[in-house]
Write a protein that binds this ligand. Structure first.
Ligand code: ADP
Ligand code: ADP
Length: 228
């Protein structure tokens, strides 16, 4: 588990130094908390998540994970796992190999990989699909593989970038329940970007609303969506 602290974070893409897309972003994500980032398309949600992941340079301010500055921690030691909207699975590898991939890179012993992948497959009900390749899976199954690949590395925090937006409504509802269950079981910190208000309401401990001027509001779902 991990706490994530953002202090006055700014981002301008190269060549656009005079028009930063994010500025003065400050908030704290507590250990084990489920924080959902919402806001209009293009306001920088995905950019912010990628900065937390260390995949995107920070133009100003700082991000600390358990007190350590993210840009000074090597990627392998950050202990973060990101789940993407397009799943980003390897089409030519089996489900087993997709889930095992990060562990193999880390030179985890084979027996340990076997055990870890089996445990994750059981948790996500993928046991009968381990030999298949992603093109032979449904959208929901692919998304579960992507989540499995994130879980197997036992991250301190999960970063989700609109993970359900490619799924149809029924599957989205199922996966929402699944992700809520995972959060309860793993007790890991989760940061979750979505434009779906139902996802935000049902999953979040707290919601951070981003807008053109930066953070517009922070509060619990009850607090933010309360009718006056
Ligand atoms: P959101 O996730 O809220 O839809 P993004 O973080 O994807 O927003 O994008 C925020 C803004 O930054 C958009 O205007 C987008 O066009 C721009 N942007 C995103 N990625 C890049 C990039 N690699 N280079 C330049 N501009 C980018
Ligand atoms: P290598 O090329 O490393 O000798 P293999 O291609 O035979 O290994 O298999 C890769 C590793 O992944 C092995 O540890 C193998 O047992 C495991 N593996 C691959 N697919 C599955 C699967 N569907 N179920 C269980 N283990 C699998």
């Amino acid at each position: 588990m991990a706490s994530i602290v953002l202090q006055d974070v700014a981002k301008a893409y190269p060549g656009q130094e005079h028009t930063p897309i994010l500025q003065g972003i400050s908030f704290t994500i507590e250990d084990g908390e489920f924080v959902v980032l919402v806001g209009p398309s293009g306001c920088g949600k995905s950019t912010l998540l990628r900065m937390i992941a260390g995949l995107e340079e920070i133009s100003g301010g700082e991000i600390r994970i358990d007190g350590e500055r993210i840009n000074e921690t090597p990627p392998a030691r950050r202990g973060l796992s990101m789940v993407f909207q397009n799943y980003a699975l390897y089409a030519h590898m089996s489900v087993f190999e997709n889930i095992a991939f990060g562990l193999r890179l880390a030179r985890t012993p084979k027996a340990e990989i076997q055990a870890a992948v089996r445990a994750v497959a059981k948790l996500l009900q993928l046991e009968h699909l381990l030999e298949r390749r992603p093109p032979q899976l449904s959208g929901g199954q692919r998304q579960r593989v992507a989540i499995g690949r994130a879980i197997v590395r036992k991250p301190r925090a999960f970063l989700f970038d609109e993970p359900l937006s490619n799924l149809d409504a029924a599957l989205r509802a199922d996966m929402r329940v699944e992700i809520a269950r995972l959060h309860q079981q793993l007790k890991a910190t989760m940061v979750y970007v979505t434009h779906d208000q139902v996802e935000a309401m049902t999953l979040a401990d707290r919601i951070v609303v981003l807008g053109p001027g930066g953070v517009q509001q922070v509060g619990s779902p009850m607090h933010l969506y309360q009718r006056p």
